[in-house]
Design a protein around this ligand. Structure first.
Ligand SMILES: C/C(=C\COP(=O)(O)OP(=O)(O)O)CCC[C@H](C)CCC[C@H](C)CCCC(C)C
Ligand SMILES: O=C(O)C1=CC(=O)c2ccccc2C1=O
Length: 299
């Protein structure tokens, strides 16, 4: 079965569900838990598995509700792979999203219950509230171009600290620095996801960073943003805050180079540049995986 512009229906559903994007839920939990393991020599498997499932459910909520709120502003009217456009049922997607949010929060409540401590709940509630403010009425802060900053705090310092806390029931300076690296890598995905949407975003009044900067300046900024991941990690190795093994993060450099080149060559060609968000997902995944592995190997 195909839609009117002949994309197979199965491909549209996969693009709407976007399985690779769920690595944004996995990496902060993996990094926070790995640093806790390295620093405390303990690993709580049940907390880790519960947090992982909860994070995936919360990211499902943010994506389902994004399609609902974007349907309300009309910004997704040309987006065949919006779940609202695919199902034609906004209410269904809204309530399905709320179901995922409830399941996600239930897992977080269970962790707080086992710890007899509400800290993890507050951190994740703050993350969810900021996530809502990115896209939901009356805030819709993403339309003002501050989505990448919100994304940085939610998936970086807040999520990584919460994951660390769920294991160690304390905070850590090294974990805070690592969360900055994770936050930058996650915001890069959001930044890249806006390259091909300039026309629709402009029409709907959404001033994404790419709309504000223009595609060329934005593409020129990418190597610096990617480079900051490696420079920060190397700097903290030199300062002695990170173990030497975290230099493994350099193994993800080919994805940073591919991303920077691809965006520079195609920044003003929406069809070609649209996949740069998935190169950014690969960069985020491999950089986060190797960063955390560095802590585990040194632990
Ligand atoms: C849905 C998101 C981006 C889509 O943006 P946009 O509308 O521009 O694009 P499309 O409609 O074309 O797809 C992601 C937004 C992320 C948000 C800024 C922050 C969310 C925070 C999470 C709720 C926190 C999760 C924490 C978890 C890992 C423990
Ligand atoms: O659909 C998207 O473009 C994104 C979905 C998503 O969950 C996410 C999370 C964190 C950073 C970026 C993104 C997206 O770009």
């Amino acid at each position: 079965m195909t839609n009117s512009i002949s994309y197979p229906q199965k491909n549209l559903w996969m693009a709407a569900i976007k399985p690779p994007m769920y690595s944004v839920a996995v990496i902060p939990i993996w990094v926070g838990s790995a640093i806790a393991f390295a620093e405390t020599n303990t690993f709580k498997g049940l907390c880790f598995a519960t947090f992982l499932m909860s994070a995936i459910a919360i990211v499902a909520w943010i994506n389902l509700s994004n399609d609902v709120f974007d349907a309300e502003t009309g910004i997704d009217k040309n987006k065949a792979h919006s779940l609202v456009n695919l199902t034609g049922n906004k209410q269904l997607i809204f309530w399905l999203g709320n179901l995922f949010l409830s399941l996600g929060l239930l897992g977080i409540i269970a962790i707080a219950w086992w710890q007899k401590d509400l800290t993890v709940i507050w951190l994740i509630l703050l993350s969810c509230a900021l996530g809502y403010s990115y896209q939901g009425p009356p805030f819709r802060l993403g339309y003002q171009g501050v989505g990448e900053i919100i994304c940085f705090f939610c998936f970086g310092p807040l999520a990584v600290a919460a994951a660390y806390y769920s294991q160690a029931q304390s905070f850590s300076a090294a974990c805070f620095v690592a969360s900055i690296v994770v936050g930058i890598a996650t915001s890069l995905i959001l930044f890249c996801s806006h390259f091909h949407q300039v026309t629709d975003d402009l029409a709907a009044g959404k001033k994404s960073p790419i709309v504000r900067l223009g595609t060329l300046k934005a593409a020129n900024l990418l190597p610096w943003l990617c480079g900051s991941i490696y420079l920060l990690t190397s700097l903290f190795v030199v300062l002695g805050s990170f173990p030497v093994w975290t230099l493994l993060i350099w193994l993800s450099l080919p994805f940073a180079l591919k991303l920077s080149r691809h965006a520079l060559q195609n920044h003003d060609r929406p069809e070609q540049v649209s996949n740069c968000k998935f190169i950014a997902v690969a960069l985020h995944f491999w950089s986060g995986l190797f960063l955390a592995l560095g802590f585990v190997l040194a632990g």
